[in-house]
Design a protein around this ligand. Structure first.
Ligand code: NAD
Ligand code: WQD
Length: 337
């Protein structure tokens, strides 16, 4: 029988790409999103990509009665929980909002799952939970820590999941620590579309490419890295999406909980990303070197052995593919709606 998945935050950047992969893998999927950081038009775009109607419920994960109704209406086999707040700077300004949505939101989902006897959850964690003193490649067993309220909420959520699975051995969880998601779906119909000035590198570069901003601000070129700019592990959002299908498979078909990094296992510097984007859009993008950004570290990238061993997961797309699909999205799909 077709397995039914509840996808919270499924109209957002990573959730929408994961939806496409889940449908391709044969799952029946219901999206719940409050549209706080996404657009309703994504539903139509997902329908165009998948060739089937998108099953969407507009609801907030903080609304317990709405959640109860959602869990009462359908018998879900698993939940993939993307809904949450993710802006590091904003989390410093509004830490309580982050605790409420990210932490209380997860507890709400877990309690509803318990009531409905749903025993599989994939959770969006982040490489930000690694303590900054760790030396890359970052392995799952390394010490954790946080430097901002957003990171704190992700760490607390991981700990809540550990306690919940300890108390209920039936519950299986896939904790996925994403590195830096980038790129867009090859159709150009879905991608990352931040409402405010982007803090993250790739969406900022894409707005320089589109002419919205004048130049790329490079936060520091005096790091102990090959070209002096910060090094990160960028992973194509479509690879990240297939990682969720692998995680579901491990939970539902093998009954195995896991905590794994999802990255490429390779670092790219800010200059590497800028050069790749320039190739993708066909012109050299202007940049200025500015002082280091507070809180940044020189480099981080994933150890991907666990993802390979436990999930059989490997990436297939490189930085050129991330930039080409991002540019295709910015230049076409993002413009009209
Ligand atoms: P996103 O903002 O594009 O998607 C999140 C979605 O959740 C949005 O559609 C938003 O409308 C929805 N949402 C927010 N609060 C909600 C609520 N209270 N009830 C219902 N829906 C709500 O973000 P994303 O980049 O797709 O990230 C998805 C998840 O992955 C987040 O939990 C984020 O912390 C995590 N993550 C993201 C990154 C990244 O760099 N993008 C890295 C690591 C982890
Ligand atoms: C990447 C590199 C910057 C912007 C953040 C969160 C993390 C995770 C992913 C959710 C760094 C440099 C950036 C710019 C630049 N999100 N940069 N100019 O900081 O690795 O991670 O997003 O979980 O929690 O902290 O990503 O894209 O902001 O920065 O030079 O305009 O690009 O200094 O070296 P980061 P990023």
């Amino acid at each position: 029988m077709t397995q039914k998945i509840l996808l919270t935050g499924g109209l957002g950047y990573i959730g929408s790409h994961t939806y496409v992969e889940l449908i391709a893998a044969g799952y029946d999927v219901v999206i719940v999103d409050n549209l706080s950081n996404s657009k309703l038009s994504v539903c139509d775009r997902l329908a165009k990509i998948t060739g089937q109607e998108t099953s969407f419920i507009q609801a907030d994960i903080l609304d317990r009665s709405a959640l109860s109704q959602i869990f009462a209406k359908d018998a879900f086999d698993a939940v993939i929980h993307f809904a949450g707040l993710k802006a590091v700077g904003e989390s410093v300004e509004k830490p309580l909002d982050y605790m409420q949505v990210n932490v209380t939101g997860l507890v709400n989902i877990l309690q509803e799952m318990q009531t409905a006897n749903v025993n599989a959850l994939v959770f969006s964690s982040s490489a930000t939970v690694y303590d900054v003193s760790n030396v890359s490649p970052l392995k799952e067993g390394m010490p954790t820590g946080y430097t901002n309220p957003y990171g704190y909420t992700k760490l607390v959520c991981e700990q809540i999941l550990a306690q919940a699975t300890h108390a209920n051995p039936e519950l299986k969880t896939g904790i996925l620590r994403y590195f830096n998601p980038a790129g867009a779906h090859s159709s150009g119909l879905i991608g990352e579309d931040p409402r405010d000035i982007p803090n993250n590198l790739m969406p900022y570069i894409s707005r320089v490419a589109s002419g919205e901003y004048e130049f790329v601000r490079i936060w520091g070129d005096d790091y102990p890295t090959p070209d002096g700019t910060g090094v990160r592990d960028y992973i194509h959002v479509d690879d990240l999406a297939t990682g969720h299908v692998s995680s579901l498979h491990a939970l539902l078909d093998k009954g195995e909980s896991h905590l794994v990094n999802l990255g490429r296992g390779q670092g790219y510097s800010v200059m590497d990303v800028l050069n790749a984007y320039s190739r993708a859009c066909g012109r050299e993008l202007p940049h200025q070197i500015l002082p280091r950004r507070a809180g940044d570290i020189a480099q981080m990238y994933a150890d991907v052995e666990q993802a390979k061993q436990v999930l059989g997961f490997e990436v297939c797309r490189d930085m050129d593919a991330m930039c080409a699909t991002s540019w295709n999205w910015i230049n076409t799909g993002a413009k009209d709606g």
